[in-house]
Structure formats: C-alpha cells, structure tokens
Design a protein around this ligand. Structure first.
Ligand SMILES: Nc1ncnc2c1ncn2[C@@H]1O[C@H](COP(=O)(O)OP(=O)(O)O)[C@@H](O)[C@H]1O
Ligand SMILES: N[C@@H](CC(=O)OP(=O)(O)O)C(=O)O
Length: 447
C-alpha cells in the first residue's frame, strides 16, 4: 500500500527540523513505497514572489535564495552527496539567474514566467530533502520535475487527472527506490510549461497524488499539531480538532484555516482515503474522514480582517429584474472577488463585502451606474465564521446565534450544507466576537 507524506515549508528551516523530518519518515515508511511531497523551504515562495514583483532587485533576491539553500545543504549533507546536490542546485539557480536578468531588463513578467519562477522553490527543496535523506541511509529517488499535468491557467492551474495518473505511474515505475521525493504546488502543461496550482497548493498535490496511487492515507506534516479550533497566532487557547468530516474540512479550507488550498480535500470525494494533519514539533493531529454525523458538534472558527463593506441603497433596484446581476458584473469587470453579499426581501439594499484593496476599483465602476444606484456607503468590517456539522442542530445553532447577536452583526450567511455560519461585523468588534464565539466552539466541540 503506497503512503503519501507531505512536508510543509514551515518545517524546513534548519538542521533540527530535518532531523525531526527523518524521524517522522522512518516512523511511517515501511516495506511499502512512500511518496514524499515537499513544499519550498520556509519563506522561499515569498522570496521568489519578490523576484517577480521587485524586478530591480530580482538578481539580488536570487542570490539570497541560492545562499539559503547552499547554507542549509552544507549543514545537512557532506561528501559525494553534497557535491552532487551542490551541482544540481547550482544548475537550477543558474537558470533562475538568467530569468531574473531578463525580467530586470524587461521590467515585467508574464503569468507564464511568474509560474516558471515560482517552480524553482519546490524543485530546489526536492534536491535538498532527497540528498539529506540519502545521507541518513534512506533508499531515495527524486523527481525534480513535477509528475502532475495541468492546463495553462497560470497561478491557478487545473490538474488533468488522467494525464497525471499516466505520467506519475510511468515515473514511479522508472524510479527504483522505496522512497520518492517529489515537488508539491507545481505542475507542467502538455506543452512542457511550468504551472502552479495556487498558494498553499502542496497539500492539494499530496491529496491528489494519494488519489492517483489509491493511497489509504495521506499525512500532511506541518508546524502546528493539526487544524486547531482557531488560528493559534490569534487565539492563544485554541486546541487541536480531533476529527473533521469532509464537509467541515472543505468549509475550513475555503475559509483559510491553516492556509489550506481551497481544493485540498476535493480528492477525498469518491475515494477510500483519509487525511491526517499532524505536527512535527508536538504530538497531536486532526483526522479528516467520512461525512457529517449527528454526533458532530462545533469544530472551529476563522476570521478575515481587512474587508470593506459596500452598501448600495436605492429604491430603483426594487423589483427590477437583473439589477443584482448588473452590479455583480461590475465586480467581474473590475476583477474584484465578492467575499460575501446580502439583500433583504424588501430589495432596497444590497451589501457586498470585498477585500479592502479592491474597494476603490469596484466603487469607481459602481459610480457609473447612476441610473440604478443612488447612494453608496462604505465601512471597514471583518468576517468571523464558525464551522461544524453541529450547526444543523437547533440547540447548538441557537447558542451561536445568541452569542453573536450581542454584537449586532451586519449580516449573517450559511455555508456548504449548513456546516458553517459567517457573521459580518464592524472591524472594531472582530477580536472580541471571535474570542467569545471561540468559547462557544470549545464548549460544543462534541466528537
Ligand atoms: N485553524 C488553524 N489551525 C492551525 N493552523 C492555523 C489555523 N489557522 C491558521 N493557521 C496557521 O497556519 C500555519 C501553518 O500553515 P503553513 O505555514 O502553510 O504550513 P506548511 O508550510 O507546513 O504547509 C500555522 O503557523 C498557523 O498559524
Ligand atoms: N510553496 C507554496 C506551496 C505550499 O503549499 O507551501 P506550504 O506547504 O509551505 O504552505 C506556497 O508557499 O504557497
């Protein structure tokens, strides 16, 4: 039975991390094959993003990335293994230097070039991790080139399942060793162009690969001991969630918990596979398996800051078929994502929540609809969402609603199959409502 283990970027910083990673891999790999999916080492995807965005510093940024990998390599590996990895890393970084020089001259990078640049992070991490594991006497092969085939929708490429399955099984047949290290997050199109599947995408690569090889379990190893009841950096008494149903996990990932890619759990549909998210530094894990049961309570909360509420008031939109679609088309034309929206039955008001950075361009567009819209009001808000199948239970749901009501939320909406509820609140109230709702979650965290 093939196993899949994903090693997050957050836990690839120094020699101590790699020692713990080796322990983890020896604990879980047995006589069967183990596929190790790796992310770029900590901070490297962000550094590569600044190669793209700060073209004048692009070349210096590449030097920083190179130094970071070579420094780590020299602490982790020696002898012939060091020489080989050093050559492989230097060869890749030479290629990256050439691209950095050209975007410095051109002062721009196309979406295709951006993905090409981002692909270096995971490819370099594969070299580092596989050579380290070899020095620890693991029997390891690596696939520096991604075995995932995608379309060319750069930065959010869609995986072509059948082609990926074929390529992956061919690559696995060719590689002789028991352990194979391969890159997360990146793919290649049929035209041989590098693509990326979206930030945080390595978790998604791992679950996809799990599905492609018919694995029974996929382990995502990270710096936190599983998915917690809230972001531990924001709520200090958050605790690990023991079990999540698929619906709950999807809602939490869509809401940004543990920076999971929104499609991370899609491969679990129609697959007999569970996902375990576990910590490297401390005991604890979250198991994602099965669908909602009547025993499920509340599981976690997430918050979103930096949001703008756009309130459109107009009697001209009342009963006018197509007015909502005219307004939302303006968001589409301005390339603005609507995070939440609400309209009462009186139809006199429509409210949209967008990221603060998108507010100006959306409002500029809306101002042009003067025949339809009379008044636009703006305010700063936050979103707090509770996730748990228990929300379908009237008793539990009324506890949540009654706690939230003391903050007079601007509007309330339910998520997928009723397993999440989101409150849009004044920016100033976000912290206190989150803490209070977190207490409700912990008190009703049955199962
Ligand atoms: N509900 C949550 N549970 C656990 N971690 C969370 C949650 N919400 C946000 N996080 C943050 O996600 C981070 C881990 O994600 P990430 O850095 O992408 O890890 P990795 O690189 O290992 O995939 C943690 O440091 C934590 O602060
Ligand atoms: N390196 C990519 C993909 C990824 O999933 O990384 P991590 O496992 O560190 O979240 C990113 O930063 O988005």
């Amino acid at each position: 039975m093939i196993k899949v283990i994903k090693i997050g970027g957050s836990i690839q910083k120094d020699e101590k991390d790699y020692e713990l990673i080796a322990d983890k891999i020896s604990k879980y790999s047995d006589e069967n094959r183990t596929l190790i999916v790796t992310s770029a080492i900590k901070g490297v995807t962000d550094q590569l993003t600044s190669v793209i965005n700060e073209t004048d510093k692009a070349v210096d940024k590449v030097t920083e990335i190179y130094d970071k990998h070579i420094k780590l390599l020299s602490k982790l590996v020696d002898g012939i293994e060091f020489e080989k990895a050093f050559r492989d890393i230097s060869r890749l970084v030479d290629e990256l230097y050439r691209i950095a020089w050209s975007i410095r001259v051109l002062d721009e990078a196309t979406p295709r070039v951006k993905d090409y640049i981002l692909s270096f992070g995971e490819r370099l991490a594969v070299i580092l991790l596989s050579s380290f594991l070899r020095t620890r006497k693991f029997s390891v092969n690596n696939l520096i080139e991604p075995p995932i085939v995608t379309d060319e929708n750069y930065s959010e490429a869609n995986v072509l399942l059948e082609d990926s399955k074929e390529l992956l099984s061919k690559k696995l047949e060719e590689s002789q060793q028991k352990i194979v290290v391969l890159p997360g997050f990146i793919g290649k199109s049929k035209n041989n162009r590098y693509t990326t599947i979206g930030r945080g995408g390595s978790d998604y690569t791992a679950t996809l690969i799990g599905k492609l090889v018919d694995a029974k379990e996929v382990r995502l190893v990270t710096e936190v001991p599983g998915i917690m009841t809230a972001d531990p950096r924001k709520i200090s008494n958050s605790v690990t969630i023991q079990r999540l149903s698929l619906e709950e996990a999807i809602e939490l990932s869509q809401l940004g918990a543990k920076k999971l890619h929104p499609r991370t759990f899609d491969p679990l549909f129609d697959a007999n596979m569970k996902v375990i998210i576990e910590g490297l530094y401390e005991e604890g894990c979250t198991i994602i398996e099965g669908l909602c049961t009547s025993k499920d309570g509340l599981k976690g909360i997430t918050t979103k800051e930096g949001l703008s509420l756009i309130t459109i008031e107009s009697t001209r939109i009342v009963g006018k078929i197509g007015s909502a679609s005219t307004i939302t088309s303006e968001a589409k034309n301005a390339n603005v994502n609507i995070i939440a929206l609400s309209q009462p039955a009186s139809e006199t008001t429509i409210q949209f929540v967008v990221d603060q950075k998108d507010q100006k361009k959306f409002v500029e567009r809306l101002s042009q609809l003067s025949g339809l819209i009379k008044n636009i009001e703006l305010s700063e808000v936050g979103a707090v969402s509770i996730v748990g199948c228990g929300l379908r239970n009237k008793e539990i749901s009324s506890k949540v609603l009654s706690k939230a009501s003391s903050y007079n939320p601007i509007f309330v909406s339910r998520g997928l199959k009723g397993v999440s509820i989101t409150f849009i609140v004044d920016k100033k109230e976000l912290d206190s409502i989150s803490k209070e709702l977190h207490e409700v979650v912990v008190n009703w965290s049955i199962n």
